[in-house]
Design a protein around this ligand. Structure first.
Ligand code: FAD
Ligand code: FES
Length: 265
């Protein structure tokens, strides 16, 4: 079920370098959203910026609050950070296919790169088991998004920074490698979920393949419509022999990592 609504902004607060947590009121979206789904926000009035922008739903609260974590990268997000509580915001959603939830016996391992934590926080909130682990990689300590900005959910987490200013100095995939080596988990007891920059996702996908672990990834594409109408978000999936094309907006944004052709430009 999808809704097009003028919602009210409840808060829009700075939580890390160029990173904001937006809370908008929508009982309908909060009730129907599943982790991995996204919304399209119409940020500007009139034609500038013309298009809606896609953002993952990063959580829900109090049955009618929808949370969005976003990073300021361009014109639309720069305008979004200026918005204040009480202002209206036009929203379309929830859109796309979300994560398949792990079985009760599985240990969910979540791997996030930067703002890729957004859909994974919602996943962690929904799974609600104490054995969920999230590994989060950021560029530097001032970019770290504290887990508790999302509210009160219990999760084990570890952090890496590229410049070594906090946690493990290096890549988040190194944290994953250590975690996989350290534990003698049976592959079928693990379930991987990941979101972040493409090179990181590609590496996570390789590691999932090596260790025979099911892995779901949320991927990004530039989106104009968000509903399968503009063909702007197509990605190649499958191997050379079985190649098909998928719409990130309606077939995804969540896919099993083996479905994606990681070598496409
Ligand atoms: C399904 C989905 C979920 C997303 N979830 C989040 C989220 O939870 N939080 C968040 O901060 N961002 C998220 N994004 C990315 C977000 O949509 C872009 O950062 C945003 O559209 C940029 O808008 P802008 O007008 O500020 O940037 P623009 O001025 O349009 O572009 C600035 C820069 O950002 C790049 N860019 C623009 N759109 C995208 C895009 N869709 N994906 C990747 N790069 C882009 C451009 O190539 C350019 O380099 C998501 C994208 C998708 C497809
Ligand atoms: S964004 Fe238009 S088809 Fe996917």
């Amino acid at each position: 079920m999808m809704f097009e609504q003028k919602t009210e902004i409840i808060f829009n607060k700075n939580v890390a370098l160029k990173t904001f947590l937006l809370g908008i009121r929508s009982q309908e979206i909060a009730a129907h959203a599943i982790p991995g789904q996204f919304v399209m926000l119409r940020i500007g009035k009139g034609p500038d910026p013309l298009l809606r922008r896609p953002f993952s739903i990063s959580g829900t609260r109090d049955q009618d609050l929808v949370l969005i974590l976003y990073k300021v990268v361009g014109k639309g997000t720069a305008l979004l950070q200026e918005k204040r509580a009480g202002e209206g915001l036009s929203v379309l959603g929830p859109l796309g296919r979300g994560f398949g939830l792990p079985d009760d016996e599985q240990v969910p391992l979540l791997v996030a790169g930067g703002i890729g934590v957004a859909p994974l926080f919602f996943l962690a909130q929904t799974i609600h088991t104490t054995n969920t682990q999230i590994m989060m990689g950021f560029g530097s300590s001032n970019e770290i998004i504290p887990v508790d900005v999302m509210g009160d959910f219990k999760i084990q987490y570890s952090i890496s920074t590229d410049d070594g200013t906090h946690g493990h100095g290096g890549l988040v995939t190194e944290l994953l490698a250590t975690s996989l080596e350290k534990h003698t988990w049976h592959p079928s007891s693990l379930s991987l979920f990941s979101c972040g920059p493409k090179p990181m996702l590609k590496r996570v996908a390789e590691m999932a393949l090596e260790h025979h672990i099911p892995c779901q990834v949320s991927i990004e594409a530039v989106m104009a419509c968000g509903m399968g109408a503009c063909q702007g978000c197509v990605v190649r999936s499958g191997s050379h022999e079985t190649q098909t094309y998928q719409y990130v907006c309606k077939d995804g944004p969540v896919f099993f990592s083996h479905q994606i052709d990681w070598n496409q430009p």
